[in-house]
Design a protein around this ligand. Structure first.
Ligand code: FNR
Length: 351
């Protein structure tokens, strides 16, 4: 029996619902915290567009473009096709790609090809496996092996679990579990949020347990509080739609950790300008989920490849008028923050 096509399989159904609800969510245009970060225009650039090089180092990986396709899906027939398309985009553009949570494949091996299609499509690309913080050591290893992964993402999603009536209620074992997996697995382990952002308290805990890679994945884009509420009639926690820390404020929180950790940014990145702001605020690379999903599902693989190429090209154009020909220079360019962001910074450093 092929569970992939069995519509009653709850796990597959949930995966499809997440994708459908994410696609239905309108992308936040304004206001976004990104609009409170201002580059200072430079009228006399000291180099040409062709001189710009935005390649980035991420631990052992060299990224020609500082972009990646962030974790989304797998576990059903539909999401298998999505992972295939995303992997084709990753292959053509050379950017890394994460698959969605692989617990489906760990628990039901017959679902694993909805993830491994990403490796089949992109045999030599950088691929990140993805598991939750409650995964067993064996499960984490299985996920990495199945995908022949280059890195492992561990997602932390407490608000989503708590809003789901059937979600997890036990969290205190997460820290030890993450630590043990990171110590055992011999590759970069990236601890990521899922759109609720990361505080300096969380980052401190992650640093203390030896984590070297984090993806702040902040509020402002895909909203799993809203998605989980809209999946059911009784939306008892719908007032939580605004919960979380934006990607910009999360990046401000990462400032004291940027020397010890590789910081990745995702969550509500709408434009090449937003992505450049992430890099200026200290991110090594910038991830997009919903935007990439929308591209492959609504416009197709060719258009999505063109989207990534144009995105990168426009990032370079912005580099010219900030007079920064690489990411290191961009980090040292002046920026001005809105009063709200300054207030956040002041209140958070007064503690
Ligand atoms: C996600 N995200 C996610 N993250 C994760 O670590 N494991 C997962 O299985 C999923 N699943 C998932 C499904 C869908 C349909 C979407 C759109 C997203 C979260 C994702 O990686 C990212 O953190 C957030 O979506 C914020 O980024 P965007 O969408 O605003 O660019």
């Amino acid at each position: 029996m092929n569970l992939l096509s069995k519509p009653t399989d709850k796990r597959s159904q949930r995966k499809n619902e997440h994708v459908q609800h994410a696609l239905n969510q309108s992308l936040q245009t304004a206001p976004s915290d990104f609009d409170g970060v201002h580059f200072i225009h430079q009228s006399l650039p000291s180099f040409n567009l062709d001189d710009v090089n935005l390649s980035a180092d991420l631990g052992p990986f060299r990224l020609d473009l500082p972009l990646y396709i962030n974790a989304m899906t797998g576990g059903s027939e539909w999401t298998r096709s999505i992972n295939g398309k995303l992997a084709a985009v990753a292959e053509a553009t050379g950017i890394p790609m994460a698959v969605g949570s692989m617990h489906a494949a760990i628990k039901q091996p017959e679902l694993s090809d909805s993830f491994t299609i990403a490796r089949e499509t992109n045999p030599n690309g950088l691929l990140f496996a993805n598991v939750g913080a409650d995964v067993s050591m064996e499960g984490a290893k299985t996920a990495v092996d199945l995908l022949k992964a280059d890195a492992l993402q561990i997602h932390i999603n407490a608000p989503q679990e708590l809003i789901m009536p059937e979600g997890d209620r036990n969290f205190k074992a997460w820290r030890d579990n993450i630590q043990q997996i990171a110590e055992e697995i011999d590759m970069p382990v990236i601890v990521k949020e899922v759109g609720f952002g990361m505080s300096k308290e969380t980052l401190q805990i992650l640093k203390n347990i030896g984590i070297k890679y984090t993806d702040v994945s902040g509020k402002g884009g895909t909203n799993f509080a809203t998605i989980e509420n809209s999946r059911r009639k009784n939306q008892e926690m719908s007032y939580m739609d605004n919960w979380g820390i934006s990607t910009v404020t999360s990046l401000l929180e990462t400032k004291p950790f940027q020397h010890d950790m590789h910081i990745l940014a995702s969550g509500g990145v709408r434009t090449p300008l937003d992505a450049m702001k992430c890099l200026a605020l200290g991110a090594r690379a910038v991830g997009m989920s919903k935007m990439m999903l929308e591209q492959v599902e609504h416009s197709g693989v060719e258009a999505a490849i063109e989207f990534v190429d144009q995105f990168h090209h426009q990032m370079k154009k912005i580099a010219v008028i900030t007079n920064a020909k690489n990411i290191e220079e961009l980090r040292n360019r002046p920026i001005v923050l809105s009063p709200e962001l300054i207030s956040w910074q002041q209140q958070r450093s007064m503690e």
